[in-house]
Design a protein around this ligand. Structure first.
Ligand code: CA
Length: 263
């Protein structure tokens, strides 16, 4: 049944048949080739590994950055930490159901557009999903092209609603326009720098660990021995702090970083 559904998904899609196995191949672990690209970020909540892997891969091929969660609990943790452009939420999950997760997200003020993935023909589930605060639903099995069209529509909707501003001291981040300003200076950010600064601002003035940065700024875990985190933090630091006496980004030796007013 499961593989049959995946087969439908693949046949119905207009893209080539993708490898269903490796969810996080080594080629995907390092940052993308073009750091200037500005990708939309999607949270995919699906407990069936092969389905999750297939959908994530398709989304990545269509330039989205994708985080995945196998449980509703993990999804709640991520969605309250990070501002996604859209959330794809399977109804049938172990533990908290997709409906409960959706309702809880709305309860906690998460305003991101949510697309529920529901089982075939269960009209009640769809109604419940919309009642729980979902924006749209898609019935399994679905064609990949339709999923991508729905995601595009959701992301567009999200871009025009909700509260988009983060602020600390004289530093402001507009999450919709993906632009930062410090005082009167406008700072242009790449997508990785944007994701990093967003994470710092959401936590400020608390510590953000290296592993949290890896998890949030990159799609997959990469070799923690590399100094990529340092490279990106230093690049961001140059943009944010270089022309200012009061430094905002501080290193917490051996642990991570924090954005705050004093060392
Ligand atoms: Ca499921």
């Amino acid at each position: 049944m499961r593989l049959g559904w995946l087969g439908d998904l693949a046949r119905n899609s207009h893209s080539r048949l993708m490898n269903l196995s490796g969810s996080c191949a080594s080629s995907e672990i390092s940052p993308r080739a073009d750091p200037e690209e500005e990708r939309m970020r999607i949270l995919l909540v699906e407990d069936e590994k092969k389905v999750a892997s297939f959908i994530a891969r398709a989304l990545r091929e269509n330039t989205y950055a994708v985080d995945t969660a196998e449980t509703g609990e993990k999804a709640l943790e991520l969605a309250t930490d990070i501002t996604y452009d859209a959330i794809l939420l399977d109804v049938r999950l172990p533990g908290l159901s997709g409906l409960q997760v959706c309702a809880e997200m709305r309860q906690q003020g998460v305003e991101v557009p949510i697309l529920m993935l529901t089982a075939r023909g269960l009209v009640e589930q769809r109604v419940e999903g919309l009642d729980a605060g979902a924006d749209d639903y898609l019935t399994k099995p679905f064609a990949l092209a339709e999923l991508l069209a729905r995601v595009r529509a959701l992301v567009r909707r999200g871009l025009h609603s909700g509260n988009a501003k983060l602020k600390y001291a004289d530093l402001d981040l507009d999450r919709h326009r993906r632009r930062a300003t410090r005082g009167k200076e406008t700072i242009r950010l790449t997508s990785k720098e944007f994701a990093l600064l967003e994470l710092f601002l959401l936590r400020a003035p608390e510590l953000v660990t290296r592993s949290e940065i890896v998890e949030h700024v990159w799609d997959c875990h990469f070799d923690s021995e590399t100094n990529l985190v340092e490279v990106y933090v230093n690049r961001l630091r140059q943009k944010i702090d270089q022309n200012h006496g009061a430094k905002l980004i501080h290193t917490v030796r051996g642990v991570g970083y924090r954005l705050g007013q004093q060392e």
